[in-house]
Design a protein around this ligand. Structure first.
Ligand SMILES: Cc1cc2nc3c(=O)[nH]c(=O)nc-3n(C[C@H](O)[C@H](O)[C@H](O)COP(=O)(O)OP(=O)(O)OC[C@H]3O[C@@H](n4cnc5c(N)ncnc54)[C@H](O)[C@@H]3O)c2cc1C
Length: 494
C-alpha cells in the first residue's frame, strides 16, 4: 500500500521535528520552505569570517532537548558538542553594580548578600518553588496534548493548576523572596522569553531561572544553528524531502478537508495531510479563507519583537562575557513601553551576546563578533512606528551602555553592521505583527486555550510551532513537533 503523504509548510524547528517523526514512522514527508535554508527564527548568517545566530542564542532546558533527541532515536550528546555557560549571564544595573548569575552557590551567596543581606535564603526558597513549577509545568502542561476541552478543564487538573499559582503575579510574588528591586529583576527578566512581562506573567514562570541555574545554560559548539543542522540531517536521513525557496501561497480546501497547497509559482502539491509550521495566525489570516478564527486571532495578545544588531569588529573585546544583560531600574516602565505603547523604552534593558568567548571560531583571529538585542513593541495596527528612528535610538543606547562598562571605541572598530527590526522579522518569516515569539503565554492563551494543533473544521490540517501548543522556544518547538506527529499518526491510524 502507498504510504500516506504529509506536506509540512515551513522548515522551522517544529516543522523539521514533526517531519522527522512522521518519516521515521513510514510516512512520505515533504517540507516546503519559503526561504533558502532551514531553521526559521533559529537562523544564521556569516560575513567576512564572522558567524551569527540571528535568533536564539541560549540553549536552555537541556533535559527537554535530551528527551526530544531521544524520542527521535538519537542522543543529544552524540549530535552536539555542548559547552556549559557559567556564569550564565553578567547582569549590569543602572548604578553600575553587577551580578554574575552562576551555579556556584558560594559566589551567589556572596554577591546576593552584598546586594541585600539575608537574600540568599530568599533565593533558596525561590529556587525550590521554581523546581516545583518546572516539574508540574512539564508534566502537566508542556508534555501533554489537550485534544478535548475535558482533558484540560477536568477536576483531576485542579490541584495541578492551583499548585502552579497561575493567578499570582510573578513580579508581585517576588516580594515573598526579595526586597531589593535589582534581585527581583534578576530573577524575573527571563519571562520575556515567553513573550510576557513579569508584571503580567504568572508566578509559574519562576521555573525559568530555576532551570537556568539548576540544569544550566549551554552553547553548542559552532553556534545554535548546529541544532537546526543536526535535526535537518536526522530528518533527511529518515527520508524527508526539503523544497527550499518555495513559498506556499494558499492551502487548498475541498469540503471539510485540505487537499494540499498551491505555491507562489502556481504549482500544486497534493497530500493526505497538511501540517503548517508557519506562524499560526499568519496561516489563518493569509493561507486560508477568512473566518472567525482569523479575526479572533488578530485580537489576541502577541509577544514583543526585537531590534537586533549584528556587528563584525576588527578587534576583540575580551572583557565582554558571552551573555551580558543591562537591566534598567525603571523595570516596570520598560515593559509598559514595550507591551502597551509598542515602542522602545526610554532607557531600554538590553542583551549582548559575544559568541567568540565560547567558541573562538565565531570570529576571525584577532577580531570579534557581537550581537545586541533590544526588546521592543511588535508592529502596531496603524503602522505609526518609525522603525528607522527607533533603530537609531536603540543603537545609541547600546553604545551608551557599553561606555558604562568602559568600552568607548566600539563604533570605531565596526567592520560591518546588519540589523533586524520588527518589519524585517515579519517579512523574513511571515511572523504576524513581527512578533518574535508569536502569541504570548498569558493565562488565557495557554494549554487548551492556546490555538490547538488541529484545525477545528479541516481535520487533516494541523499546526506546529510557537503560536500553537505548547508554545515558544526551541525545545518547546521540538515538543510541539512530537505531539502533533503523534496525533497525526493516531488519526491516520498508522
Ligand atoms: C530574536 C529571537 C531570540 C530567541 N531566543 C531564543 C533562545 O535564546 N532560546 C530559545 O529556545 N528560543 C529562542 N527564541 C524562540 C525560538 O527561536 C522560536 O520559538 C522557534 O525557533 C520557533 O520555531 P517554530 O517551529 O515555531 O518555527 P519558525 O521558526 O517560525 O519557522 C517557521 C518557518 O515557516 C516558514 N514559512 C513561513 N511562511 C511560509 C510560507 N508561506 N511558505 C513556506 N514557508 C513558510 C518560515 O520561513 C520559517 O522557516 C528566539 C526567537 C527570536 C526571534
Amino acid at each position: 500500500m502507498k504510504a500516506k503523504s504529509v506536506l509540512v509548510i515551513g522548515a522551522g524547528m517544529g516543522g523539521i521535528t514533526a517531519a522527522a517523526h512522521l518519516a521515521r514512522s513510514g510516512l512520505q514527508v515533504t517540507v516546503v520552505e519559503k526561504n533558502a535554508s532551514p531553521g526559521g527564527r533559529c537562523g544564521r548568517f556569516s560575513r567576512a569570517g564572522h558567524h551569527f545566530d540571528t535568533g536564539p542564542t541560549l540553549f536552555v532546558m537541556p533535559l527537554l532537548y535530551e528527551a526530544e533527541f531521544h524520542a527521535l532515536g538519537t542522543s543529544l550528546h552524540d549530535r552536539l558538542h555542548l559547552l556549559r555557560v557559567d556564569p550564565t549571564y553578567h547582569l549590569v544595573f543602572d548604578d553600575g553594580s553587577q551580578l554574575a548569575l552562576t551555579a556556584d552557590m558560594t559566589s551567589m551567596q556572596q554577591q546576593l548578600e552584598a546586594l541585600q543581606p539575608g537574600s540568599f535564603q530568599g533565593l533558596r526558597r525561590y529556587l525550590q518553588e521554581g523546581e516545583q513549577h518546572y516539574r508540574l509545568v512539564l508534566e502537566g502542561l508542556v508534555n501533554r496534548d489537550f485534544r478535548k476541552a475535558s482533558q484540560f478543564f477536568s477536576l483531576r487538573n485542579l490541584p495541578l493548576f492551583l499548585r502552579l499559582r497561575p493567578f499570582l503575579n510573578h513580579y508581585r510574588h517576588m516580594a515573598a523572596f526579595f526586597t531589593e528591586p535589582r534581585l527581583k529583576s534578576a530573577f524575573t527578566f527571563q519571562d520575556i522569553y515567553t513573550g510576557l512581562s513579569p508584571f503580567e506573567a504568572p508566578a509559574t514562570f519562576s521555573m525559568l531561572p530555576f532551570t537556568e541555574l539548576a540544569h544550566g545554560v549551554f552553547y553548542p559548539q559552532g553556534g545554535m544553528y548546529q541544532v537546526v543542522e543536526s535535526l535537518t540531517d536526522l530528518a533527511s536521513q529518515a527520508g524527508v524531502e526539503f523544497l527550499f525557496n518555495s513559498p506556499v501561497e494558499h492551502i487548498e480546501l475541498h469540503a471539510a478537508r485540505t487537499r494540499g497547497v498551491r505555491l507562489a509559482d502556481g504549482s500544486r502539491l497534493e497530500a493526505d495531510v497538511v501540517l503548517a509550521n508557519a506562524d499560526l495566525p499568519y496561516v489563518y489570516q493569509q493561507l486560508l479563507p477568512p473566518d472567525r478564527m482569523a479575526r479572533t486571532l488578530s485580537h489576541k495578545r502577541f509577544s514583543c519583537s526585537t531590534i537586533s544588531f549584528f556587528w563584525g569588529l576588527d578587534q576583540p573585546y575580551p572583557s565582554l562575557g558571552p551573555h551580558t544583560l543591562f537591566l534598567a531600574d525603571d523595570y516596570q516602565r520598560n515593559f509598559e513601553s514595550i507591551d502597551r505603547h509598542l515602542s522602545l523604552p526610554a532607557n531600554p534593558s538590553l542583551y549582548l551576546h559575544a559568541p567568540a568567548r565560547l567558541d573562538p571560531t565565531m570570529a576571525p583571529p584577532g577580531q570579534d563578533t557581537l550581537t545586541a538585542i533590544i526588546p521592543v513593541g511588535h508592529l502596531s495596527q496603524n503602522g505609526d512606528q518609525d522603525w528607522d528612528q527607533l533603530r537609531r535610538l536603540a543603537r545609541s543606547h547600546v553604545f551608551r551602555r557599553l561606555r558604562s562598562l568602559g568600552i568607548t571605541d566600539l563604533q570605531d572598530h565596526l567592520v560591518f553592521e546588519e540589523t533586524l527590526t520588527p518589519p524585517a522579522w515579519r517579512q523574513r518569516y511571515n511572523l504576524v505583527k513581527g512578533s518574535t515569539h508569536g502569541l504570548s503565554h498569558r493565562l488565557t492563551q495557554m494549554g487548551y486555550l492556546r490555538p490547538p494543533n488541529r484545525h477545528p473544521r479541516y481535520h487533516n490540517l494541523y499546526f506546529v510551532g510557537a503560536s500553537t501548543h505548547p508554545g515558544t522556544g526551541l525545545p518547546t518547538a521540538m515538543v510541539s513537533g512530537r505531539l502533533v506527529a503523534t496525533r497525526i499518526l493516531d488519526e491516520l491510524g498508522s
